[in-house]
Design a protein around this ligand. Structure first.
Ligand code: ADP
Ligand code: ZN
Length: 739
């Protein structure tokens, strides 16, 4: 009997996750023996007119008629590249986030493995300083500043550094490195971990000790710790202390952090403290480097993996501890495609593997604070700054009065003068790049708007362009009003460029460094800027939230925060929480060393009760009040929510589509019983973005289960619905924002 005439369900098949926007798993006939197809191995399969790489999820029988089944084209891995644990984690995440399983696996795999390559990468060589380089006189390279900095970077690293790390350090590293090699100051080597002599750690203070011991004593069991410690209180030393015990047992540590900008600092600290291979994983690495790091983790060779979001999917056979640093940070949530939250998946992973997990933050998320309050997390607080540092003093000034030049208050300017005069550094923080957010006609008051979005164009004076910060549209700064043809156009408000201009004029004797997305858009440029800030090469640092996060500038003693309170009236339910976190994080940059720091906060709303709560009583009280408000309003973490977003080119296409879905959803039992509320459709806070009209449907439930029942119905329904083809739609579970 030929296979074609067999009834459905009679042939054994391989179940494959293929990266397409469909929730289904696809069946293929095995090539060779079925038992060779282990979960986590990759296969090449034909799909539609082309070929795709998929991941084997298992074997079974197919419900399809045999005639419709195609054979696997090639089994790419004899040993699975993903461990069973990761296969299960990704499948779980696919179910939880209601995202197509094949796309989830694509997100979990390093780039090279997503392709049909049997990549066996060659380890790139590393660089280290030679003896001669280490002893080089300070003034030897005074005419070659990049070489000098690069050499300092090499001598201060515990281990030889990879090309990727050099790239992160300074994007222009390549030619100067060649010079250093030529001069015999640096050499190429292969790293040797057996020779590492880790530095002894600090003696932990009693709070640090309590937190570290709690976690270290629970190795081998699920034990979530919220490590709530102000900036500089020594959270990182706690991570290192527990990690050391894990490494001594020959096991592995995974550390997640929100930003690649922070990885170099952490890498250096972990490398000098631990006798093991520490690898990084982030988007600034090229595919080969990433795969190498991934393989070092998957083989168990690397003791520590430090990575951004997607590193949560790294197979680590000896994983014994997970750390999530800056756990409150929104960057841990993927904002498009597979919208997972790395912190939440880390908790799932820790629970499944029975591991302690440390969630660290100076400003914990409301979710984590509530978990601590309910006893789901063990709360450990670090209340004092470790080492010699002091808590900064906070001063609130009214931005409406006495605000001199472009919103910079006289008080700030006077204090800057004093601090700079003492040879210390200042940070001026303004969370808005460009010159001014509004270009207005003095005659008719009309404002230059984006043609594709419901938004004003921002003036970028350096480039002479108007830019939309939402869709990226740009045009020349006009000389005439479009409406009345008036020629007097005024720039209203200030962004980093303008603050830069004003301060450069006021303080011509000091070097000013602007740190925002525009000034650091080239790869590695951010790292170079941060280095210049840390080394004291620049004394005035003007920047956006890029400056707020985790960086250590010991000589900064004054931080000015301009319009700190924009978040008070933000469109999103998290705006105020994020404002509070940002203020505390920026403030944490002041007084990290021996010198006392001051934070000057300019506000247009000096009487706002929440701002006072934050400044007078601290983040805990502020967060407690916000939690109360969220409970009252029935918002997360007191409710579970998901968003269905849709957008179309037509004005009301998305709204009409979502109205249809809302109606369908209304007939689902959990909606009829009001266990899940279907709210909307409403247009998005900014309805028109990049020429598309956006709307959203909100699902709110008091419990997770009914919400997921509804979503489990929703996804396949939408995939089948003909009207879905005319819109762009996406499901976001536990959305980070509603924007
Ligand atoms: P956080 O991660 O909470 O911002 P860090 O771990 O970076 O804090 O510590 C801040 C500073 O204090 C660092 O320079 C660190 O080396 C130092 N430090 C931390 N713990 C101790 C300790 N127990 N004794 C002395 N110095 C410490
Ligand atoms: Zn736009």
């Amino acid at each position: 009997m030929s296979a074609d005439s067999l009834p459905a369900g009679s042939l054994a098949v391989v179940k494959v996750a293929v990266a397409v926007p469909l929730s289904r798993v696809f069946d293929y006939l095995p090539l060779g023996q079925l038992k060779n197809y282990q979960p986590g191995a990759r296969v090449l399969v034909s799909f539609g007119p082309g070929k795709k790489v998929g991941v084997v999820l298992g074997t079974g029988v197919s419900e399809l008629a045999p005639a419709r089944l195609k054979p696997v084209l090639q089994l790419l891995d004899t040993e699975p590249v993903l461990s069973e644990e990761i296969v299960q984690l990704v499948e779980w995440a696919s179910g939880y986030y209601h995202h197509p399983v094949g796309e989830c696996f694509a997100a979990a795999l390093p780039g090279l493995l997503r392709k049909n390559s049997n990549a066996k990468p060659v380890p790139p060589c590393c660089y280290q300083a030679t003896e001669q380089g280490k002893e080089a006189e300070a003034d030897m390279l005074s005419r070659a500043p990049v070489q000098k900095r690069l050499l300092q970077f090499l001598t201060s690293s515990a281990l030889a550094v990879t090309e990727g790390e050099c790239q992160l350090f300074d994007p222009r590293w390549s030619a100067p490195m060649k010079e250093l090699l030529k001069k015999g100051l640096a050499e190429k080597v292969w790293p040797d971990y057996s020779t590492l002599k880790p530095k002894a750690g600090f003696k932990l203070n009693s709070e640090q000790e309590a937190a570290a011991t709690a976690a270290a004593d629970r190795l081998g069991s699920y034990y979530p710790v919220l490590l709530y410690g102000i900036t500089g209180s020594g959270k990182t030393e706690v991570y290192i202390d527990v990690a050391r015990k894990v490494i001594e047992r020959g096991q592995q540590v995974l550390l997640l952090l929100p930003e690649i900008g922070l990885t170099l600092q952490l890498l250096a600290r972990f490398r000098s403290a631990l006798a093991c291979q520490v690898v990084a994983m982030h988007s600034a690495m090229n595919d080969t480097e990433r795969l190498l790091a991934w393989q070092a983790a998957a083989s168990g060779d690397a003791g520590v993996v430090i990575g951004t979001r997607s590193a949560i999917f790294t197979p680590m056979p000896g994983l014994a501890l997970i750390v999530v640093d800056e756990e409150h940070d929104g960057s841990l949530k993927q904002q498009d495609g597979f919208r997972y939250h790395a912190r939440d998946l880390a908790l799932v992973r820790a629970r499944r593997l029975k591991l302690p997990i440390l969630l660290g933050s100076a400003t914990p998320s409301l979710e984590s604070l509530r978990n601590a309050k309910r006893g789901n997390f063990h709360l450990h607080r670090l209340t004092a700054r470790a080492g010699p540092a002091n808590e900064p003093q906070m001063i609130l000034v009214d931005g409406r009065t006495g605000a001199g030049e472009q919103g910079l208050s006289q008080r700030l300017l006077t204090m800057m003068q004093e601090v700079l005069g003492r040879g210390e550094q200042v940070i001026v923080f303004i969370n808005r790049r460009g010159y001014s957010p509004v270009l207005m006609c003095e005659v008719c008051s009309s404002i230059a708007d984006c043609e594709n979005c419901d938004a004003h164009m921002t003036v970028h004076a350096r480039s002479g362009r108007l830019r939309c910060h939402h869709c990226g549209a740009e045009r020349r700064v006009p000389v005439q009003c479009k409406v009345c043809e008036g020629t007097k156009l005024i720039r209203v408000g200030a962004g980093t460029e303008r603050v830069d201009e004003v301060l450069s004029e006021k303080f011509p004797d000091y070097k000013l460094l602007r740190i925002d997305r525009d000034s650091t858009s080239r790869k590695g440029e951010l790292q170079r800027h941060l280095q210049m800030a840390a080394s004291g090469e620049a004394q005035i640092l003007v920047g956006t939230q890029m400056l707020a996060k985790g960086h250590d500038f010991p000589n900064v003693t004054l931080v000015g925060i301009m319009d700190a309170d924009r978040g008070l009236f933000g469109a999103d339910f998290r705006s105020i929480e994020q404002m509070g976190q940002l203020i505390v994080q920026v403030a944490g940059r002041a007084g990290r060393a021996r010198k006392k720091g001051t934070v000057l906060i300019q506000s247009q709303n000096t009487e706002h009760p929440l701002l006072h709560k934050l400044l007078d009583e601290g983040y805990s009280e502020f967060a407690a009040q916000l939690l109360e408000e969220r409970e009252h309003a029935g918002w997360p973490p007191f409710a579970y929510v998901a968003l269905l977003r849709a957008d179309t080119k037509e004005t009301s296409g998305a709204q009409n589509y979502l109205r249809q879905i809302a109606e369908l959803a209304g007939s689902i039992p959990v909606a009829q019983s009001s266990e899940v509320l279907v709210l909307g459709p409403a247009h998005a806070p900014m309805e028109r973005l990049a020429g598309r009209y956006r709307a959203q449907l909100l699902f709110v439930a008091a419990a997770r289960k009914p919400l997921h029942q509804l979503l489990a119905w929703l996804r396949p329904t939408l995939e089948k619905l003909p009207s879905s083809r005319k819109v762009r739609w996406s499901i976001d579970v536990d959305p980070h924002d509603m924007l």
